[in-house]
Design a protein around this ligand. Structure first.
Ligand code: FCB
Length: 490
């Protein structure tokens, strides 16, 4: 018997987190128009072990099964919230380049603002693929009918193919003209897409995340060849450029959502707009080793602070010297973030190593040896309390746990994982951190990017043959926690 006497705010958001590409396909219309779709189908990537060979069209099929899945969230888990995303390529499978907008640049040539007009929205509406618009409206309406407050992510990783050709970029980045986030024009198209989504679904959505884990998009995509993420390049300059473009895109999308969502449907409304970030708990392998400590501090700066400094403070430390020179300050881009979403999974131990890039400390991360998940991530519940405190104290924004979960195919560790992490979230609240919600990753098993279906993060296990959903032991635990039961068994 376990006792957990939680004192969380009445209107605390309890939910699960999902993303479009990972859960939608498997039944109904397959979306072949994104970079990720092409990336995981690419023969070379499969042969070289860059991706698993599993294919998203064999996935859980949320596109058709959303009514019963959402009912599981409401009735079995007693959730009052749901985090989901819309895939850009489903809405705009064809280019929107020629929809006119006015773009303002700063003196360094960075995009500062994009004017999307009523006429631009009308033209975007003409281009939008109507069956997808209808289906997303049905999903969002179903959430509303069930009393699930939606946290909508606009960009959870797939880019339309007309914006990014991941294979051409992988093979020769200098010769592709579809260069994704390396190209400033992607920021302009993202502004149009964001404006269109806010205008079209604003009556059903109040809480938005512009993007999910931008540091994974840039880090795994451009600072690591073997991560399994498109386009699989390792180049510091490209990594810095992409990260900066993502920060600019976030700020510009923030403005669009504020401007175009005029409808409030909850206490949050009309547009409460944040970022979903993944600060990691880095720890020096040997606290007495100066190299280990420097390496851990550098990684914490790079992964956790660098991007948030850009969007919250307007500090663009482009040479990564951990200082912001006056020329790196962009006050006009600061402050565009209402809340910080924290995705938390693990502790990472870090050792100093020989530096391979001048000016950047060398580091090496130690593989998990004990308390590991199927992903090889180290379970460390205390880290979530630390990260929530860290995010709030440094950036003074309310925070939400936008993802936290475990790949656990044998269903042995999930219940305790959930209990222990929620108990640490409560401690953070008692520390004075305004935590507004907790979203478990994920409602159902899904397509875990390069690793495919083997990684089972779902509270409900998915039988991919029959598409049946089977509750794991943690379903009851999560429900009991939410119902405020003080004692329960794991
Ligand atoms: C996060 C991603 C999410 C999922 C989990 C396991 O980094 O945001 O899509 O893959 O990891």
């Amino acid at each position: 018997m376990f006792v957990l006497d939680l004192k969380l705010p009445e209107d605390f958001l309890w939910g699960t987190a999902t993303s479009a590409f990972q859960i939608e396909m498997g039944m109904g219309e397959v979306d072949v128009n994104s970079d990720w779709y092409v990336w995981v189908h690419d023969e070379d990537n499969i042969r070289n072990g860059i991706v698993s060979g599993d294919l998203p069209e064999n996935g859980p099929g949320f596109w058709e099964l959303y009514p019963s899945d959402l009912r599981l969230a409401k009735e079995e888990l007693r959730n009052n919230a749901f985090r989901m995303s819309i895939d850009w390529s489903r809405i705009f499978p064809e280019p929107t380049w020629d929809v006119p907008v006015r773009v303002h640049y700063d003196s360094d040539g960075n995009i500062r603002e994009v004017d999307v007009t009523e006429e631009s929205i009308r033209l975007l509406d003409e281009r939008a693929y109507k069956p997808s618009v209808r289906r997303y409206r049905e999903i969002l309406s179903e959430c509303r009918n069930l009393g699930l407050t939606v946290l909508l992510t606009l960009y959870h990783w797939p880019l339309p193919l007309w914006i990014h050709d991941p294979i051409a970029c992988r093979d020769d980045i200098s010769h592709s003209n579809r260069r994704g986030w390396l190209d400033q024009r992607t920021i302009i198209e993202f502004a149009k897409y964001s404006a269109f989504i806010a205008k079209t679904f604003g009556d059903l959505v109040d809480i938005y995340a512009t993007m999910n884990e931008p540091m994974v998009v840039s880090g795994a995509g451009y600072f690591s060849e073997k991560s399994g993420f498109p386009p699989g390049i390792n180049d510091l300059n490209l990594f810095v450029k992409v990260t900066k473009n993502l920060a600019l895109a976030h700020g510009i999308a923030y403005e669009q959502i504020k401007r175009w969502d005029e409808n409030s449907c909850s206490k949050w409304g009309p547009a409460y707009v944040g970022i979903v970030h993944n600060p990691q708990y880095f720890e020096a392998y040997n606290a007495d080793s100066r190299e280990d400590v420097i390496a851990a501090e550098f990684l914490a700066y790079l992964q956790n602070e660098w991007f948030l400094n850009m969007i919250v403070r307007g500090d663009f430390d482009m040479n990564l010297d951990m200082r912001v020179d006056p020329s790196e300050q962009r006050p006009s881009l600061a402050g565009r973030c209402d809340f910080i979403g924290v995705n938390y999974y693990m502790r990472i131990r870090v050792k100093g190593a020989e530096s391979r890039i001048p000016g950047i400390p060398g580091y090496e991360t130690i593989p998990c040896r004990e308390n590991c998940t199927d992903m090889g991530w180290e379970i460390y519940p205390e880290g979530i309390r630390y990260e929530l405190n860290w995010a709030y104290r440094l950036y003074r924004r309310p925070v939400m746990v936008t993802e936290n979960g475990i790949a656990d195919a044998k269903d042995e560790k999930r219940s305790e994982f959930l209990r222990a992490h929620i108990s640490e979230v409560e401690k953070a609240i008692n520390d004075g951190v305004p935590v507004e919600g907790y979203f478990y990753w994920s409602l159902i098993d899904n397509f875990e990017w390069a690793k495919g279906f083997k990684m089972r993060f779902g509270l409900f296990r998915v039988d991919y043959e029959t598409k049946r959903r089977i509750p794991t032991k943690a379903v009851k635990v999560y429900r009991q926690i939410i119902e405020g039961l003080k004692s329960f068994s794991l």
